[in-house]
Write a protein that binds this ligand. Structure first.
Ligand SMILES: CCCCCCCC(=O)SCCNC(=O)CCNC(=O)[C@H](O)C(C)(C)COP(=O)(O)OP(=O)(O)OC[C@H]1O[C@@H](n2cnc3c(N)ncnc32)[C@H](O)[C@@H]1OP(=O)(O)O
Length: 254
């Protein structure tokens, strides 16, 4: 696990983790977007449902965080209440027509797609970020409710975790971005309930465009399951009022 120095470095970046007090003891309201959400469960920390491969890779990457070259990204179902409101206001201002058709009552049931499954049944994952190399590695263990062809992951589930990973890579560099294009080549089916590594790389930034690619591989690196390229667009900077990058790196304000 983390040494004290690494834990402090991570804590400074994220303001949480490594013994930081939970949201409630920080005095944060648990009430978000006018409904109840538990803020302080970080889904990217080890759970009993994680298999030995997932756990071993978590430990390996956590060790790499000790010198500060890698950062483990925390993952909550929701960001803080204030940030949720700021973010919603920004998005609604950016997409006014969508804002008109969004069912405000249904919003009370909203949650991050990849975190909406019972533990172990859907997407179990943890991401590690290397700023110098512009890489994010996602350790992903997909559960039985992600089946497509019998015994294998659904291609849409694979696309989802790819989008989440390359998307996170774009966010940490560009702030508020949206996927404009995602090209996926499925090379080999991924066995259900296996653990895989998703290696993503920020290839280039051109103005508001971020180009991110990734490979999904077996944990021994011998099988290339999937490869993808993507284009993310930073939402118009002049309209930007919300720092998503900061929220990702530091999800619970001190
Ligand atoms: C926390 C978990 C993170 C997970 C990440 C998940 C992210 C997502 O899944 S987002 C959901 C899926 N994506 C969407 O719904 C986006 C829908 N699309 C849109 O809203 C808009 O097209 C949007 C915001 C991407 C771009 O719109 P806008 O800001 O008006 O930019 P626009 O002026 O059209 O384009 C900017 C530039 O990008 C280019 N571009 C835009 N789309 C594309 C595309 N699909 N392919 C190639 N180029 C494109 C344009 O040609 C333009 O280039 P240039 O500046 O050289 O002329």
């Amino acid at each position: 696990m983390l040494g004290r120095g690494a834990a402090r470095a991570l804590g400074a970046l994220r303001g949480v983790r490594g013994g930081a007090p939970p949201a409630r003891s920080l005095g944060l309201s648990r009430r978000l977007l006018s409904f109840e959400k538990v803020l302080d469960k970080d889904h990217s920390l080890p759970k009993p449902c994680w298999g030995k491969d997932m756990r071993r890779l978590f430990d390996q990457f956590t060790k790499k965080c000790e010198d500060g070259s890698w950062i483990q990204l925390a993952s909550y179902e929701q960001i803080s209440a204030q940030r949720s409101q700021d973010f919603s206001a920004f998005i609604h201002a950016y997409f006014p027509s969508a804002s008109e058709v969004i069912n405000k009552e249904k919003l009370s049931q909203a949650q991050l797609f990849t975190r909406g499954f019972e533990d172990g049944m859907g997407f179990e994952y943890v991401m590690f970020y290397n700023k110098a190399e512009k890489r994010i590695v996602c350790v992903f263990q997909g559960g039985p409710h992600l089946q497509g062809m019998p015994g294998f992951f659904h291609g849409g589930a694979t696309a989802t975790i790819i989008d989440a990973t390359v998307g996170m890579n774009a966010i940490v560099s560009g702030g508020i971005v949206m996927t404009a294009n995602l090209n996926i080549n499925f090379k080999s089916p991924i066995p259900l309930c296996s653990t895989v590594l998703i290696n993503s790389q920020l290839d280039k930034i051109e103005g508001r465009k971020l180009f991110v690619s990734c490979k999904v591989q077996s944990i021994d690196g011998k099988i290339l399951y999937t490869e993808a390229t993507s284009l993310f667009i930073m939402l118009e900077p002049k309209k930007k009022k919300y720092d998503l990058k900061e929220a990702v790196l530091n999800p619970l304000p001190a």
